[in-house]
Design a protein. Structure first.
Length: 546
């Protein structure tokens, strides 16, 4: 953190903060007026001082820029570029007081134009901020050509005024976020837009689009207003609105789309699959990261992922909220492994919120009865066909693993750096069965997975582990361990065992929630025991096992 930033934020009152910034500007002005010209440190101080604007809402700070702009105009082009580079890394937030008039904002439009800065409007900026944005972006009736990035926390419904200011423009990045508290009052993001033809060339240079519309169900790409938005330049897309089959088919043909985070349903995926012109046609040709939220993981979804003809996909996240059987989950893994991207896939995360994740279970077992270690490795077996997997995260409603299954995973995936197998904690407490393995299962990863850094398993830590060999030497690099709601029999002995297995372990994460068969006092004792383990790991006061 810079010195000026510490000086400003350390003030106890708004007047003191304004005084510090005012004095800093005066020093910069005096140096700019000197014969030798400004030093590089002065230009950096100017940029850092400007970054502190987002901490204040006092109109007094806005009186400093007009005094320095005439001096900055005399600087050589190279020094202007340096200031622009410094300010480009920051995010300017313009939150002026209500007493600011539009005539006072004229010099700031030139400042915004020349510095190529980002404008950040927070949710506490009301409708008059639209006029301020217009003053900042327009210079003599023309849009600011330097505006590239905009983060807009939507607060009002005047979308037409907002888009009139920006379109058409050279905007590269557009992030729109509706606060969750206001989502019920803003049902349609296209409300208030009447002249669709006026936006025929909306954002032709847009590369990054993010629309976080909480609780929204609108398919924005089906609206004529947004029909031309996914241009060939689009590289990143993240929307919370449902994407239909027509829109998904259009997105699959974009030549530069590399990161996509969308929400759709299995019906749309099935319709998209049937409308593909040919199996050899490009389908998401350069897609590297995909996060897909679905209602159900069924045969249409499995067939869709089996027909993707590209080999660039590295990061895949699937969230299914409907009932999904273990058979469909295995078929999904097989489709990913048999696809052309099976060898390139490095991260695979699947979140299944269902009561039918384990094959063969027709009814919900009683969580109070100790269940045997049911082998469900057949469901995860297709993962071994993707040897480049480094990050695996699987969340089921019911998952029971055994040591034999974990040993196969550790031996079959030598590049594994992160393994998280957990239970859907959103399920009712009485219906949660965690994937419990004995404490000895950790030794498998200490022996086999030398690249593993992060591990998440729920264990029977209430049972003592098998003693380690006399001359045990661990080569494990695990730094993060998550144990969920694992019980514990002795904090000192468990900490000693963990230090021997994972010398680089920094701490243990545990769940403070009570299990279905656990009282509040038992949960509190368990949490205190794991907290003591963390203290022992931090202090390293235990002698290692000989």
């Amino acid at each position: 953190m810079s010195l000026i930033h510490r000086q400003v934020t350390a003030g106890r009152s708004a007047a003191h903060r304004c005084l510090v910034v005012h004095e800093t500007f005066q020093k910069i002005v005096e140096e700019l007026q000197g014969l030798e010209g400004p030093r590089k440190t002065t230009l950096a101080s100017l940029a850092r001082t400007c970054r502190t604007f987002h901490h204040f809402a006092e109109p007094m700070l806005w009186q400093e820029l007009p005094s320095i702009l005439p001096l900055l105009r005399k600087l050589p082009k190279g020094q202007w570029t340096q200031i622009a580079d410094e300010c480009e890394r920051s995010v300017f937030t313009f939150v002026p007081g209500a007493k600011i008039h539009l005539v006072d904002l004229k010099p700031y439009s030139e400042w915004v134009q020349r510095l190529n800065c980002r404008i950040n409007l927070h949710e506490d900026v009301y409708i008059y901020s639209m006029n301020i944005l217009a003053s900042l972006c327009r210079v003599q009736g023309a849009l600011c050509p330097k505006l590239r990035h905009l983060l807009w926390h939507e607060h009002r419904r005047d979308y037409a005024s907002f888009l009139d200011v920006l379109a058409p423009s050279s905007l590269r990045s557009l992030h729109i976020m509706t606060p969750a508290s206001l989502s019920y009052h803003c049902p349609d993001i296209t409300e208030g837009i009447h002249d669709v033809d006026h936006y025929q060339y909306l954002f032709p240079h847009l590369e990054d689009l993010s629309v976080r519309y909480f609780y929204g169900t609108l398919d924005m790409f089906d609206h004529p207003r947004w029909s031309l938005l996914p241009s060939d330049r689009l590289k990143r897309l993240a929307v919370t609105s449902r994407v239909s089959a027509v829109s998904l088919l259009a997105l699959s043909r974009l030549p530069n789309l590399s990161h996509m985070d969308i929400r759709t349903d299995c019906t749309a995926l099935g319709a998209t699959l049937r409308n593909l012109p040919a199996l050899d046609a490009p389908c998401f040709p350069v897609l590297r990261s995909l996060r897909l939220a679905l209602d159900l993981l069924n045969e249409d979804v499995i067939a869709f992922f089996g027909k993707i003809k590209q080999s660039y996909l590295e990061d895949l996240t699937i969230i299914a909220l409907g009932a999904t059987s273990g058979r469909n989950l295995r078929s999904f893994f097989e489709a990913c492994a048999s696809g052309t991207y099976g060898l390139s896939l490095r991260s695979l995360r699947v979140h299944i919120s269902t009561r039918d994740s384990v094959p063969g279970w027709q009814e919900v077992p009683d969580p109070r009865v100790e269940q045997p270690y049911t082998v469900v490795f057949d469901t995860l077996k297709p993962l071994l066909k993707m040897p480049n997997l480094e990050d695996i995260g699987i969340t089921f409603a019911y998952t029971i693993l055994d040591v034999h299954s974990l040993r196969k995973l550790a031996c079959g995936l030598p590049r594994l750096t992160s393994l998280h197998i957990s239970t859907d904690l959103d399920m009712p407490a009485g219906y949660i069965i965690s994937p419990r393995v004995p404490l000895d299962a950790l030794r498998i990863f200490a022996d086999r997975s030398e690249q593993l850094r992060s591990l998440s398993l729920t264990m029977h830590a209430a049972m003592p582990p098998t003693p380690l060999p006399a001359h045990w030497l661990s080569r494990s690099r695990v730094r993060e361990l998550s144990v969920g709601d694992s019980a514990i029999y002795s904090a000192e002995k468990v900490a000693t065992y963990l230090i021997a297995l994972f010398p680089d372990l920094r701490g243990v994460k545990y769940s403070p929630r009570a299990r279905g068969d656990e009282s509040f006092h038992e949960m509190e004792r368990r949490a205190r025991a794991w907290l003591k383990v963390n203290r022992l790991l931090l202090n390293r006061t235990i002698d290692p096992i000989p």
